[in-house]
Design a protein around this ligand. Sequence first.
Ligand SMILES: [Cu+2]
Length: 166
Amino acid sequence: MKKAIYILIGIVVLGFGGYSLFKGNSVPDSALAKIDPSQVEVSPATYDIGSVVMKDGIVTREYEIKNNSSDTLRLKKIFTSCMCTKAQVIVGDKKTRFYSMEMGGATNAAIDFDIPANSIAKLLVKFDPAAHGIQGAGPLQREVDLTFVDPVGVRRVSFSGEVVLK
Ligand SMILES: [Cu+2]
């Protein structure tokens, strides 16, 4: 009887241990297939958001990340050119948090977000025209950089326009 209990405990412990190992250890970057950079498209390259009235609040735009390859595309990092701009990547029911500018020399954490073979992810970008106060009025250009595992490397998209007070 005692023996049976020990065996049962053993099975439960091994089961959980194995499961958490499996969950925690995704495929390392070095074991991923090398995707030809031409098989990844991030579009549109830019948006003209036109005249944005500061008090009208946040402007949102969507870009597409197309993984046309038959392998997993891994996103390592997202950052934007300014703190008024935040970006998130979504695929199916998975999403990253919103990332912004890398402040004070700090680098945004590696995110290891996998975009499956032959799929399209969404890049959601939010721009707050009031983030810089009235000093932010005038023409603007902002960038979002996505860093993928090499050889795909860094892809940049942007938007431009003008913040007006009314
Ligand atoms: Cu800004």
